[in-house]
Design a protein around this ligand. Structure first.
Ligand code: AHR
Length: 661
């Protein structure tokens, strides 16, 4: 009986293949370009949240290097002391103010060493310091000698088990009472994720210190004051069409005084005024009181990073409204001018000749050639008439002076509702270029919204899907970057792509999170002080962005787009530069699906490549232990008479690539 049933089953399966029963037939029209895919279609949203810049991308290892945090000794301790007096038998550490009160660098540390026993200070780093065996590390600091005779400063890397894993000495000129910068490089003898930096003072007397800094030599492009190489590599691998910076809510500030001001983030690092990070105490359950912005990664570095990755720089500036979830402070219309001037000056900084004041600042920082910035964003998640009134002034002024710059406005924090409707209506009346939309919604929402843009007005403003992520339910603990979220985003992204005539830029958010210092989850990339991994969502983004094509082509079932019928989603593009046809297929059902793809209107090679991202478990995740649990797998496929039969695995994203002849 059992055998009989088995035979019937096999027969039914063979019959289904032969007759095409249960199979979805898709038609791909190669010859007709439906619309151009913008080179900016898939980009990156960067914000200093979750230690993404200080403690993350920015490779500085010393926390509070210039004693400028609200508690100026935060991050520093005396060894074997749980008191915070910084005054023991061997010495004292005190914070002094510079006499020039107009300086943006306000504080320095004065160390008094009482006797020859030596005084010691430790910097704890950003939840420790990640050092790699054999790696070279550069210490640098500003020193001014005071009374007495401090002969040397010893710097030691202390491992998690208190062992010394690297050291060097700096001998400051004893007669030098003016500030002078010293540098020294040492090699680490062991890998450690949670090392600390100890400074011991030799001799006795007083010495002043500032900008105590430690960087790996091996930064992205080996730049001093550089970025963490492994993290930039993950970003670069996305081949992003644009880089949006510096956020997010961080642009707005909780109050206007605490907003992000780009002019304070350029020039020599020691002159960039520290600002509290607005994520510092935003969430009661995720307090991060030691979160400040050093702006070591400032606007120049963001432009440089965009250039490195071949991404369009997309800076976002304050529109004169502080975060409306916080104070919502408004600059009065009479006082808006400096904010507008900031935007105009930024365009000059990025694009102006070196003969202009801001073009000269760019040149002095080492980049005489303009960055060729094309986009600027005004306001982040603002809403209501106050925003429209202010935005309008920016748009008029920017268009007057720089008519070619594309301006990004915003539709508030939600993808629907009164604020959203009002924003779109008013901004459309202003004939604005691009409207930023944000959605952090459930995976179901993403699957159900694959048709979101099908009925958008083709004559209105274009869409920047600037912040989105599927948020799965979290019973206990953080919302995870699980496969259900990533797969649902993939389904949704076929809808973004199918509407490439309206949707011009898209980016997942937030981008990065430190495992010991995050405020917001899920995030695209997780890292600790040594390593990083891409989530399943990262691989979804990567598969779309590295296969974005140049032209949208149609993929249909019985004449209609595939937008969730039988839990299948699809979009297709061709790449006229690489001479490729690319079909993206998403199966959100728990069962494999048979599809037959017929290619019409062109001559294709019979050989293709299939990239598949899948997991049988929707709850699967990547992690530090299993960073590639979910990652793309590649295999060869063969077309027969211009068609291909494929089995799409349960819960999968498949990218089919075929060369055109
Ligand atoms: O991405 C995290 C935050 O979400 C952004 O800062 C803000 O724009 C949005 O509310």
């Amino acid at each position: 009986m059992k055998n009989k049933l088995k035979n019937i089953g096999t027969l039914a399966f063979l019959l289904s293949i032969y007759t095409g029963f249960g199979q979805t037939n898709l038609e791909v029209n190669i010859d007709k370009s439906v619309t151009k895919i913008q080179p900016t279609m898939y980009g990156i949203f960067f914000e200093d949240i979750n230690f993404a810049a200080d403690g993350g991308l920015y490779a500085e290892m010393v926390k509070n290097r210039s004693f400028e945090f609200d508690e100026p000794k935060m991050g520093w301790v005396e060894p074997n002391s749980n008191r915070h007096s910084f005054n023991n038998n061997s010495g004292i550490a005190r914070i002094f103010k510079y006499t020039d009160s107009s300086s943006s660098n306000h504080n320095f540390a004065r160390i008094t060493v009482k006797d020859e026993q030596g005084y010691e200070l430790i910097n704890e780093g950003y939840r420790g310091m990640g050092v790699k065996e054999g790696g070279n590390y550069r210490i640098s600091l500003m020193v001014a000698q005071g009374n007495g005779n401090i002969t040397a400063l010893k710097f030691q890397m202390i491992g998690e088990n208190a062992e010394i894993i690297g050291e060097t000495r700096i001998t400051p000129a004893t007669s030098e009472s003016e500030w002078k910068t010293y540098e020294s490089v040492f090699q680490a003898s062991k890998t450690d994720e949670k090392a600390k930096l100890k400074i011991s003072f030799e001799g006795s007397g007083e010495i002043d210190l500032d900008m105590i800094s430690l960087f790996p030599e091996d930064t992205w492009k080996n730049r001093k004051n550089g970025l963490r190489k492994d993290l930039v590599q993950l970003l670069d691998d996305l081949d992003p069409g644009f880089l949006r910076f510096p956020g997010g809510c961080i642009v707005e500030g909780r109050t206007l005084a605490k907003r992000y001001q780009w002019k304070k983030t350029v020039g020599p690092p020691q002159d960039r005024e520290i600002l509290v990070n607005r994520w510092n105490t935003e969430f009661r359950h995720k307090f991060t009181p030691d979160y400040f912005q050093s702006f070591g990664l400032g606007f120049f570095e963001y432009f440089q990073l965009s250039e490195d990755m071949g991404a369009e720089p997309l800076p976002i500036l304050s529109c004169g409204i502080a975060c409306q979830y916080n104070t919502g402070e408004l600059v009065s219309m009479d006082d808006l001018d400096p904010y507008v001037q900031d935007a105009l000056d930024l365009i000059e900084f990025a694009n102006g000749s070196v003969a202009t004041p801001w073009g000269k600042v760019r040149r002095d920082m080492g980049h005489p050639v303009p960055f060729n910035m094309k986009y600027i964003g005004i306001g982040n998640e603002q809403w209501g008439p106050e925003f429209i009134e202010r935005y309008k002034v920016f748009q008029e002024r920017i268009r007057e002076v720089y008519p070619d710059i594309i301006i990004v406005s915003g539709s508030g924090p939600s993808p629907d509702g009164d604020y959203f409707e009002y924003g779109w209506e008013e901004l459309s009346k202003l004939d604005t270029d691009l409207i930023d939309e944000h959605y952090y919604r459930s995976p179901e929402w993403f699957r159900e919204n694959a048709t979101r843009y099908d009925n958008y007005d083709r004559r209105g403003p274009k869409v920047f899907a600037g912040e989105y992520a599927a948020h799965p339910k979290a019973e206990d603990g953080p919302k995870e970057n699980n496969w259900e979220a990533a797969l649902s985003e993939a389904a949704f992204m076929t809808g973004l792509e199918r509407n490439a005539d309206v949707v011009h830029l898209t980016s997942y958010a937030p981008l990065m999170a430190h495992k010991d210092a995050w405020q917001w989850a899920p995030d695209l990339i997780w890292f600790d002080n040594l390593t990083a991994y891409g989530t399943p969502n990262y691989y979804v983004q990567k598969l779309f962005s590295t296969n974005s094509g140049t032209d949208l082509i149609s993929v249909t079932k019985e004449g209609a787009a595939l937008t969730g019928q039988e839990e299948l989603y699809a979009s297709a593009v061709k790449d006229s530069d690489k001479k490729e046809v690319i079909v993206k297929l998403v199966n959100t059902s728990g069962k494999p699906k048979e599809v037959k793809i017929n290619f019409n209107g062109g001559d294709l090679s019979s050989k293709g490549i299939l990239l598949t991202l899948k997991s049988e478990e929707l709850a699967s995740i990547n992690s530090f232990d299993t960073p590639e649990e979910i990652r793309p797998e590649e295999r060869a496929v063969k077309l027969k008479r211009g068609a291909l039969n494929l089995e799409l695995p349960a819960y999968s994203l498949s990218i089919l690539k075929i060369n055109s002849k």
